[in-house]
Design a protein around this ligand. Sequence first.
Ligand SMILES: Nc1ncnc2c1ncn2[C@@H]1O[C@H](COP(=O)(O)OP(=O)(O)OP(=O)(O)O)[C@@H](O)[C@H]1O
Ligand SMILES: [Mg+2]
Length: 210
Amino acid sequence: MVELKANKIGFRYGGTKKWILKNLSISLKDNQVKGLIGESGGGKSTLCKILAGYEGNFEGELKIDKLNTNDSKFNQVQLIFQHPERTMNPKWKMKQSLDESWEVSDDILEKFGIKKSWLNRWPNELSGGELQRFSIIRALNPKTKFLIADEITTMLDAVTQVQIWKLLLSMAKERKIGILVVSHDKELVNEICDEVVYLDDINHDIKYNL
Ligand SMILES: Nc1ncnc2c1ncn2[C@@H]1O[C@H](COP(=O)(O)OP(=O)(O)OP(=O)(O)O)[C@@H](O)[C@H]1O
Ligand SMILES: [Mg+2]
C-alpha cells in the first residue's frame, strides 16, 4: 500500500498576508476514495495544487510513502482541474493532448463517451463537459497512483456524472489508484467515497491566523 501524506501544510498566496491553509494534515491511500468538502473560497483547489506538486511554495511536508519512483519524469499524483479549458494547450488538437500522456484504447474512449471525431478538434471546439472527459482519461495514465479530482463532474448532467464516476471508481480499484474527490456536492461525495473529510475540520487553525 502506498500513501500520499501532507503534514502540517501552511500556505498563503505570494504578496498576501492571509493564510489560506494552516497546520493542515491530510493523507490518501492508494486503495482509498476520500471525499473533501468545503465552502467556496475555502482553499480546496489550493490544497489540490499543493498535493499534486503544482504549488511548491508551502510550509510543511508532502511525501509519498513506499512509492518506487523509478520514473521521475512522470507525476504519479495527477490533478484533474476544476476548469479543463484552462489546462488544455489551445494550440494542440485533442489527439495531441491525449497522446502526450498515454496511448488510450478505443474501448476507453468509447466508455467515457468520447467520439473519435473529437480527437481532431481544438479545445475551444468542445463543450466544458466534453473537454473534461479528455482531462479525466488523460490523467489515467497507467503510471498514475493518485488522482486529485477537483470538482471534476460539476459541469456534467446527472446521468453522465454517474456514468463517469462508475467508470473512474472501477478503474481506480483495478489499478490501485487513490482518489481525492473534491466537491460541494455532499450527496455525490457520500455516495462514492469510503470516507469524507470537511476542510473546516482539518484547517481549523486558520481562524487564529487571520
Ligand atoms: N492566485 C491567487 N492569488 C491570490 N489569491 C488566490 C489565488 N487563487 C486563489 N486565491 C484565493 O485563495 C482562496 C482559496 O481559493 P481556492 O480556489 O483554493 O478555493 P476553493 O475552495 O477551491 O473554492 P471553490 O469551491 O469556489 O472552487 C480564495 O480566497 C481565493 O480568492
Ligand atoms: Mg476550487
